[in-house]
Design a protein around this ligand. Structure first.
Ligand SMILES: [Mg+2]
Length: 312
């Protein structure tokens, strides 16, 4: 019996049924009070949750329903990537106002596409009414060698995956009343979780990692604090899109690229060949107070804070 066939009558369950039918095999374990899943032997469980709220993380006019579902799911999966974990499954809890109900199928489609792209089955979820759209996605993963924020060692160098700056550029354009350039919009609307890349980095001796959600420098501060090390970030080395300054790229949030500490001799050509994105050295780790030193044009510069939900 399919997951959708296991539900009783009612409008809420009609909506759940529609989501489950859209997801098909990807939600084969859903539809009971809770999902029962197999877990790989000798692995540790990695769990994370992430919430995306209308008017906080995105505005309705910026994104299609499908993009909203994709983004919310990838944001959660990106935290599994940051630990070098492999996805086991996800559950999503959504608050859906009446004004969003007719596009719930589109949001579900985005969640389903991310589920397929990152091989993460949908295990279940919950629907509620409310005043603003909110999507909470909880992800479960497994690993035998997690990379934590606390593992950076003196002598490691800092690496970043991909190119930075486009999501920040898109938000600046929207906030200025202009449509963003297509490339910037695409990076905001359709981020990728670096799951496979993270496994490669773990297998190649990386010691600490974080996904860039608040900006490279702001997230580097978390590694510095957790590892009790001084990190130096060279702004001029940051791989950024053409019309983005290194400073803006280093402050751009919701990138979902990985900042990692690791050995100096990683094979960046192999990495680029395997994943089709760059791996770039952007700084180093040294003994010293837990702090991030930012270098620009050969000089030490001041750098402000990242995005802080509770600071405003
Ligand atoms: Mg994170």
């Amino acid at each position: 019996m399919t997951a959708s066939g296991r539900l009783g009558p009612g409008k809420e369950f009609d909506a759940v049924r529609e989501l489950l039918e859209g997801w098909g095999d990807r939600a084969a374990h859903a539809g009971d009070d809770a999902a029962v899943v197999d877990f790989p032997a000798n692995q540790r469980m990695v769990v994370s949750t992430d919430v995306s709220n209308e008017n906080v993380h995105f505005r309705r006019e910026w994104l299609s329903p499908e993009e909203i579902g994709w983004r919310a799911t990838v944001a959660a999966l990106s935290d599994l990537a940051a630990m070098a974990a492999k996805p086991i499954g996800l559950v999503s809890a959504m608050t859906v106002p009446a004004s969003w109900r007719d596009v719930l199928g589109g949001i579900g489609e985005g969640i389903g596409k991310a589920s397929s792209a990152f091989e993460c089955p949908i295990l279940g979820g919950d629907l509620s009414s409310g005043t603003e759209l909110s999507i909470a996605v909880t992800v479960i993963g497994s690993t035998s060698n997690a990379i934590m924020r606390k593992g950076a060692r003196a002598g490691d160098v800092l690496w970043v995956t991909g190119m930075l700056g486009a999501p920040g550029e898109a938000v600046r354009a929207w906030n200025g009343g202009k449509p963003p350039l297509p490339r910037a919009r695409a990076r905001f609307a359709h981020p990728m979780a670096r799951i496979r890349e993270a496994r490669w980095l773990a297998d190649n001796g990386c010691t600490a990692a974080i996904d860039i959600s608040d900006g490279l420098v702001a997230d580097a501060r978390h590694i510095a604090a957790a590892s009790a090390m001084t990190l130096t970030v060279v702004l001029d080395a940051i791989p950024c899109f053409d019309d983005v300054t290194p400073r803006d790229a280093a402050a751009s949030g919701e990138e979902y690229e990985l900042l990692v500490a690791g050995p100096i001799n990683l094979n960046v050509e192999d990495f680029a060949r395997e994943f089709g994105i760059t791996l770039t050295r952007v700084g180093e780790v040294s003994t010293g107070p837990p702090h991030v030193t930012v270098i620009h044009g050969g000089k030490r510069v001041e750098f402000g804070g990242g995005y802080d939900h509770f600071s405003r």
